[in-house]
Design a protein around this ligand. Structure first.
Ligand code: FUL
Length: 446
């Protein structure tokens, strides 16, 4: 049993997962399609391409707004479920070719990827497997069609950082459903964009299980291979012979010991929290952006909860962002910058010592020397080597006595603990359980 727990503690990210988690954990989503003009969320596939005409398309403006929030990349719906393609694909005319924009010569994937490079943002795309327009949908030939489109996007627009596979699989125009050949789609990505991360229901970057920005209380990046078969198995089977076929992203407990004990093997597959700045993924004039508090809270619980965060901003029919969204993004960036501006632990002694000689329990103690007002503890594990910490208690020093002020579970790539507002001259992270000797990354206090 303990052997298996130790193995679990050493399941590691691959280079792409590590880069996304530690360098690019916050990035933008753009949902743009005929839905923007029809006020729908799911198009029928029968929309007239003549309606798609973003006369003021402003990809530079999008990039500026996205950067103002502190995001580091952009993922656009190159094709949503309605099948309309935002680039000059040779596989269908249900695309920019038939739009009045730039007399059918427009290519929004090109305009946005060029703008991203000018603004130092990474670029990625969403190519919906479900296609309600393509006549081939529901036949084996559709997989060739899809691979053809995927290849165009992987080879024609420079470096791609993230490819987003939607899990939706509805009926196509002929009433049939498609059997998606994900293995072959993944192969193309590995071939043409080996540094890209891949989001799908089943990993290697996995869905958090809801679309409202609700991160898990305990988020493990190390999960049963039964849930994420697209990541490499790095351990033997758990000590109990069990069946985890019921497990899905919507379950509350995924990587906890009580689950992984029944697994056939463990993989590294961190979760991505996805939500839109407004209720819908596409622009609807009657909707307004979520409050700054809600967005900031989601940031704290996702980027600060061992997941990445993809935040959608829907362009308006004319191809610009709504000024309310631009302002909300600016406020969000400002709030993040201000909240994490001065690291009070930077010049402090941080002493890490085992608790009563234990290998898997320890105390990290920060001595501020004088009283300081603090709001956030922001710390990490050395995630390149795996995820270990099961539970911790945060304590503050009050007249020389240690008082509990927070109890938490997982840490991983980054854990932001909101402490309210406390004044103290010392803080401790007491790791009460860990799968192997805790291996801290950075410890900061704001
Ligand atoms: C879902 C889709 O059906 C929505 O339209 C949206 O694209 C969202 C991000 O993923 O599964």
């Amino acid at each position: 049993m303990t052997d298996f727990i130790k193995q679990a503690a050493h399941v590691k990210p691959d280079a792409n997962q590590l880069r996304l988690l530690t360098e690019t954990p916050f990035y933008a989503f753009i949902h743009f399609s005929p839905n923007t003009y029809t006020d729908l969320e799911w198009g029928t596939g029968e929309e007239d391409p003549l309606i798609f005409n973003p006369v003021n398309l402003d990809c530079d403006g999008w990039c500026k707004a996205i950067k103002s929030a502190g995001m580091k990349g952009v993922v656009i719906t190159a094709k949503h479920h309605d099948g309309f393609c935002l680039w000059q694909t040779k596989f269908t005319s249900h695309s920019m070719k038939s739009s009045p924009y730039k007399d059918g010569k427009g290519d929004i994937v090109k305009e946005l990827s060029d703008a991203c490079r000018r603004h130092g943002l990474k670029f990625g795309f969403y190519l919906s497997p479900w296609d309600r327009n393509c006549k081939l949908y529901g036949t084996p030939e559709y997989n060739d069609y899809y691979r053809g489109q995927l290849t165009e996007l992987l080879t024609g627009y420079g470096e791609i950082f993230h490819v987003w596979f939607d899990g939706a699989c509805g009926e196509g125009p002929n009433g049939k459903k498609q059997v998606y050949d994900f293995d072959s789609y993944f192969e193309l990505i590995h071939k043409y964009q080996p540094n890209a991360t891949i989001f799908s229901d089943r990993g290697p970057i996995r869905w958090c299980g809801n679309e409202s920005g609700d991160a898990r209380y305990a988020e493990w990046a190390v999960v049963p291979s039964e849930l994420c078969p697209y990541s490499r198995i790095q351990t033997g089977a758990g000590p109990f012979n069990g069946d985890l076929s019921y497990m899905y992203n919507t379950n509350k407990e995924i990587g906890s010991l009580s689950n992984i004990m029944y697994s056939k093997g463990l993989v590294f597959a961190p979760s991505e929290v996805d939500m839109s700045i407004r209720p819908g993924w596409f622009y609807h004039e009657n909707e307004a952006p979520h409050s700054l508090d809600r967005l900031f809270e989601t940031y704290l619980r996702s980027v600060g909860g061992n997941t990445t965060f993809i935040l959608n901003i829907p362009p308006r029919p004319d191809g610009t962002f709504d000024p309310q969204d631009i302002e909300r993004l600016r406020e969000l960036g400002e709030k993040i910058n201000k909240s994490f501006a001065i690291d009070l632990a930077k010049n402090c002694d941080i002493k890490i010592s085992p608790f009563n000689g234990s290998e898997t329990q320890c105390i990290a103690e920060i001595d501020f020397k004088k009283k300081a007002e603090i709001k956030y503890l922001d710390f990490s594990e050395n995630i390149a080597e795996g995820q270990r910490i099961e539970s911790f208690i945060v304590q503050r020093r009050d007249d020389g006595r240690w008082i509990d002020c927070f109890e938490g579970t997982t840490v991983g790539a980054r854990r932001i603990v909101s402490l309210g507002s406390i004044t103290t001259d010392g803080l401790r992270i007491f790791v009460t359980a860990s799968r192997d000797t805790p291996d801290f990354g950075k410890i900061s206090v704001y």
